[in-house]
Design a protein. Sequence first.
Length: 129
Amino acid sequence: MERQVSERELLLKITKRDFDVTPVRGSGPGGQHRNKVSSGVRMKHRASGAVAEATDDKSRLINERNAFKRCIATREFQAWFRTALAIAQGQPTIADRVEKAMEPQNIDTQILDGSTWVSVDPAALDAGE
């Protein structure tokens, strides 16, 4: 069921609208300007829950770029991105693969008989045999 993807086809679009951007004040050295101006930025990607903050620079634009780079580098965002990309490409997600692996025909139930493991039918265990 895998889709053929052309070389330049847009599969996923992530824009600033996907993030909650909150201005924050910097802390630490830097004097009065750093303490009074909210040039720092905190970004939260709504879909993944990934959060990043940048207060390194006096420029809010540069801090937004840094926060964005940090946010997309988080484990939460990367996990969301892999799942979203798999869905966009028509591939099974990790949850789909786990669900398939947990189907009864894919599970081998064994019991320890002395010193060896023996495969048994789970229905036989429920019946008390």
